[in-house]
Design a protein around this ligand. Structure first.
Ligand code: IMP
Ligand code: MG
Length: 179
């Protein structure tokens, strides 16, 4: 892909890891009803692949949240742009996210979902950038721990572009300069 300076994770590497995560989740949720909640838009490709590697009956739903602006950064308050349509009280909920960076988005979401009284709530993220964390949040399932670099592809965007790349990588500097 010519916009990328470097590929960090090839599509084959991602697929193999998604298979492993699916197998792990399948083992952990044996005999339980599972609701998978994907966070739009970034988690869409990951969630679509992951749910087909979870060999259990499950339901899924989607949520969209606004990213916080500079002024809301300290509070970590994000807005829910689209809520899930199903109730989660008494249900086992697995939140699927593309990446945990500062952790502010997920921290807010977890608090919000916990107030709905699920039986359990766990987080599955494809990528984790722990070096950037501002709040104490650790995913139960993590595809890859990555260094503090801005990555695109497989759902992750720069200015809404590059979400459809099958791999994950770092953009060339001139891509930023052009936009
Ligand atoms: P957090 O609240 O800082 O953890 O933000 C997580 C959100 O920021 C993710 O859902 C992404 O939308 C976005 N994000 C964080 N790091 C990256 C990156 O390297 N590439 C693309 N989006 C990112
Ligand atoms: Mg996102």
């Amino acid at each position: 892909m010519e916009a990328l300076e470097e590929t960090l994770l090839s599509s084959a590497t991602i697929a193999a890891r998604v298979k492993e995560l699916g197998a792990e989740i399948t083992r952990d949720y044996q005999g339980k009803d599972l609701i998978v909640i994907g966070i739009l838009k970034g988690a869409l490709p990951f969630m679509a692949d992951l749910i087909r590697e979870i060999k259990l009956p499950l339901k899924y739903d989607l949520m969209a949240v606004s990213s916080y602006g500079v002024s809301t950064k300290t509070s970590g308050a994000v807005q829910i742009l689209k809520d899930i349509e199903m109730g989660v009280e008494g249900e086992h909920v697995l939140v699927v996210e593309d990446i945990i960076d500062t952790g502010l988005t997920l921290n807010y979401l977890v608090g919000n979902l916990l107030s709905r009284k699920p039986a359990s709530l766990k987080i599955c993220t494809l990528l984790d950038k722990p070096s950037r964390r501002e709040v104490d949040i650790t995913p139960e399932y993590n595809g890859f721990t990555i260094p503090d670099r801005f990555v695109v592809g497989y759902g992750l965007d720069y200015a809404e572009r590059f979400r459809n790349l099958p791999m994950i990588g770092v953009l060339k500097p001139e891509v930023y300069e052009k936009s």
